[in-house]
Design a protein around this ligand. Structure first.
Ligand code: HEM
Length: 150
């Protein structure tokens, strides 16, 4: 992969700026969607509010979450090729947490489908604890990429 080292040239900081911008959009979506689920939980299945929350949640997923996640991945991988960083421990650890966030988004999607079908599988307390996970993961990822502790 090292034949790609430096291939972005002067575009590197621009790609990095775009990467961080879409990271902000992605993480914003990951914070807001489970918060919507907490409100959605309080509606009765089949009610007008229930349907309104399902529609809002669908919009967050299709307009913010899915496109931002794809762009963050593509730009992040371009940065990693430019730096020839594959195999460096900070990147491997970062990727582990980013895969975790991607999986979390998959879980959010399946939870949203269950809510839309009238189920309320988790109690509010567990849902609120789940809400904290993307914040913790984002903080760890930022330390890994900026401090590069290993
Ligand atoms: C999706 C897979 C991702 C890959 C492959 C990736 C890879 C990279 C690489 C190689 C850099 C450049 C590091 C440098 O210039 O030293 C970078 C920068 C950065 N990434 Fe990611 N990243 C990804 C996702 C994320 C996520 C999810 C976050 C935050 C939650 C994040 C936050 C950042 C930040 C804040 C920077 C700028 C660091 C600096 O000041 O240089 N990245 N990323």
């Amino acid at each position: 992969m090292s034949q790609f080292a430096g291939f972005l040239g002067a575009a590197y900081p621009w790609v990095k700026a775009a990467h961080v911008t879409f990271v902000i959009f992605w993480v914003a979506g990951l914070f807001i969607l489970p918060r919507f689920y907490v409100y959605h939980h309080e509606t009765s299945p089949g009610s007008a509010e229930d349907r309104a929350w399902t529609e809002r949640e669908d919009r967050v997923r299709t307009i913010i979450l899915t496109p931002s996640m794809i762009i963050v991945w593509v730009l992040g991988l371009l940065l990693a090729f430019h730096l020839a960083a594959f195999g460096q421990h900070w990147l491997s650890a970062k990727l582990l947490f980013v895969v975790g966030l991607t999986g979390y988004q998959g879980w959010l999607g399946s939870y949203g489908r269950r809510l839309a079908a009238g189920h309320r599988p988790l109690d509010n307390k567990t849902l609120r604890i789940m809400n904290e996970l993307p914040g913790v993961a984002a903080a760890i990822i930022v330390v890994l990429v900026i401090v590069k502790p290993f």
